[in-house]
Design a protein around this ligand. Structure first.
Ligand SMILES: Nc1ncnc2c1ncn2[C@@H]1O[C@H](COP(=O)(O)OP(=O)(O)OP(=O)(O)O)[C@@H](O)[C@H]1O
Length: 636
């Protein structure tokens, strides 16, 4: 069977077909000319989907078959749509959008060609394939069963096991994505099994079930593999790094050694894949072609990204450098100022027109966590509104004076202290942190404050009185004139908890009582965005996890330090040591995962990379070495 071969003439034609893009460099040419099965491991911002779409366009112009097609598999609908949109721009490309070709997600492929035909053949209709819908219905059934309901009430983990019930493998073995199931001899196992069966009969499935049905079909009808490879002699896979072992296994079973398979991805960006079987994943093969030059950023950002890269040819960047990268080193009690400070720098560095055209975002690997370490552990430390408990009160300000004035205003308007006391406790915790009071070393947040102090046998009465006193004064703490007396008042009550050597004058000078050093206003604290207003200009910064911003291109990106939980390590603390050459790249699995998240995060911006880390975790020597590499450092 003949498959079209891409030649130098085709590449010349590409200069006209996609005039806004460049493919002239040796690495991209090699990828376009490759006609055999091959992996392509490409840097962030190298335009993986762009080059794949260009290659498809060239192939479609020469495609000779009417009943055999090209199969293009992506991981997400976004990548699928990007490929389809690029092809739709020309009539030749648009040919690939219909029979005999297939462009879709791996899930769509598995459903269309394997799982749904199997279910039809055994007389099961599909109502819905959706993890959330399944979870809802499974839990409803579980609550209707006495013993399972009791088990869920006794043990929180049981509900997620019920919600995650799946079939696995060709024998449709019962398993759960929410944790290990109890033994088949247990009381609850048969109930769970029955729930799964009932829902399957009603056509309610989780995504993973489709793979089990697909495997079952292939076991019963192995000749299907020949039919599929005959139909698709050429297979392209995008976002290969996100493919799970279960998916890879199935695709290998069908296509490996039969069709030409080219897989595109960036192994360093593998942050979403389930760990189950991850050690067997084969991407990228040692013979993979690299695309190491990013079209997103210039050499300075590339060098930072390469600094946290774990494998492959170091990333380089071919755009011009726009702004030097910035490290914001914050003192613990200033952690909530990091995002607004970044916003202010962005407003200083970029014109409104640039801000209109590009995204400015802040991201952190972890959303929440319970590590006992000083802040900078997760998004909730930098932006408390993002934590679950703040969701109902998204306008809660987060600095000492702002907390006090908000609490006092609420108490005045509502005529009760009920909703305000916690805010005042939070403000007091900020003061105790700022004073480095030994008594609160292990206190993570305000709701814990009193409990932990009691536990350590401290007298909490003065603290309770202080909360009351601050509210009862009915002061308007947003007015500087009403703030003057506060440090002395607070000192009077908190003195037994403060370091023994601390005197009132030093206490009054604590950072936490300082007026903001500049006139940044934070207009409301929305749960997932911060709007910074400065000199009548403003920028809105969406805030989220790295996983939620994968694949994006930003004008400016703020990467926030986080604690890895079980790894017991702060990601940027470790990464900065590697970046400046003081440590070797990590070999521990969990820390490597943290590095991959940083790699994704730091490779988003075209123009301005900013990272935020706790000053206590970056040595003076690292700071000097970073400056020597062209970074700016700002202390907060
Ligand atoms: N061949 C090309 N010529 C010119 N510009 C390109 C080319 N390929 C991509 N770009 C541009 O480079 C930027 C990054 O591209 P894109 O986001 O597609 O990269 P990516 O490989 O998918 O990145 P990531 O893996 O980080 O998500 C985009 O602004 C895109 O328009």
């Amino acid at each position: 069977m003949t498959l079209p071969v891409i030649t130098q003439e085709d590449l010349d034609a590409l200069a006209t077909l996609a005039a806004d893009l460049q493919f002239a460099d040796a690495e991209r040419r090699a990828v376009l000319l490759e006609g055999n099965s091959r992996d392509i491991n490409a840097a962030p911002g190298s335009g993986k989907t762009t080059i794949l779409a260009a290659k498809l366009l060239l192939l479609s112009r020469k495609w000779p078959h009417a009943r055999r097609g090209i199969c293009v598999l992506s991981h997400t609908n976004i990548a699928r749509d990007e490929i389809r949109q690029r092809l739709a721009r020309s009539s030749e490309g648009a040919r690939l959008l219909s029979y005999p070709h297939f462009i879709g997600t791996i899930h769509a492929f598995v459903n269309q060609f394997l799982a749904l035909p199997y279910l039809r053949s055994v007389g099961i209709g599909v109502d819905v394939i959706d993890d959330d819908a399944f979870a809802q219905r499974a839990l409803r059934k579980a609550k209707a069963n006495g013993s399972l309901r009791y088990s869920m009430e006794q043990n929180q983990g049981v509900a997620s096991k019920v919600a995650g019930l799946i079939y696995q493998g060709p024998d449709l073995q019962l398993a759960s994505e929410g944790g290990s199931l109890p033994k088949p001899t247990s009381k609850t196992y048969p109930v769970m099994s029955e729930i799964k069966e009932e829902l399957a009969q009603q056509g309610v499935f989780r995504y993973a079930d489709m793979f089990a049905y697909a495997e079952r079909l292939l076991r019963h009808h192995p000749s299907l593999i020949d039919r599929l490879t005959l139909r698709f002699p050429c297979v392209f896979m995008d976002e290969m790094q996100d493919t799970s072992w279960q998916q890879e296994q199935l695709l290998q079973q069908i296509f490996a050694g039969r069709s030409i398979v080219q897989r595109y991805g960036d192994v360093n960006q593998r942050i979403l894949t389930q760990d189950n079987g991850a050690e067997f994943l084969t991407f990228p093969q040692p013979t993979a072609l690299p695309i190491s030059v990013s079209k997103r950023f210039g050499p300075q950002i590339a060098s930072a990204v390469a600094g946290v890269q774990l494998a492959g040819t170091p990333v380089t960047g071919e755009r011009a450098d726009v702004r030097a990268p910035l490290l914001i080193l914050y003192a613990t009690e200033r952690v909530e100022h990091v995002i607004p400070t970044f916003g202010r720098r962005v407003l200083e560095l970029f014109e409104d027109a640039e801000l209109r055209d590009g995204l400015v975002k802040a991201m952190c690997t972890r959303k929440q966590g319970d590590a006992k370490a000083s802040p900078g552990r997760h998004l909730g430390d930098y932006w408390p509104a993002s934590a679950g408990d703040a969701a109902n009160d998204s306008n809660r300000p987060e600095r000492f004076w702002a907390l006090l004035s908000h609490a006092s205003a609420t108490a005045r308007s509502k005529g009760t202290f009920a909703n305000s006391a916690m805010e005042v406790r939070r403000a007091i915790l900020l003061v105790l942190r700022s004073a480095r009071a030994p008594a609160i070393a292990d206190v993570r947040d305000a709701p814990q404050l009193i409990r932990q102090l009691l536990h350590a046998e401290h007298d909490v009465m003065p603290l309770r009185r202080l909360v009351r006193e601050l509210l009862i004064r009915k002061a308007d703490y947003s007015r500087p004139a009403e703030r003057g007396a506060v440090p002395a008042l607070v000192f009077q009550y908190l003195q037994p908890l403060l370091p023994p050597t601390m005197r009132l004058d030093a206490f009054s000078q604590l950072e936490v009582f300082a007026e903001p050093a500049y006139s940044v206003e934070i207009q409301g604290t929305e749960q997932y965005q911060c709007t910074v207003v400065h000199e009548q200009r403003q920028v809105t910064i969406p805030i989220g996890t790295v996983a939620s911003m994968k694949g994006e291109t930003h004008l400016a990106t703020l990467v926030l330090e986080s604690h890895g939980g079980n790894s017991q390590r702060f990601d940027l603390e470790e990464a900065l040591k590697v970046l400046v050459g003081q440590s070797a790249p990590p070999t521990q699995k969990l820390l490597m995962g943290q590095f991959r998240n940083l790699y994704v995060a730091m490779s988003r911006p075209t123009s301005f990379l900013c990272i935020g880390a706790n000053v206590d975790r970056v040595s003076a020597q690292s700071q000097d070495l970073l400056r020597a590499k062209g970074w700016n450092i700002e202390h907060l």
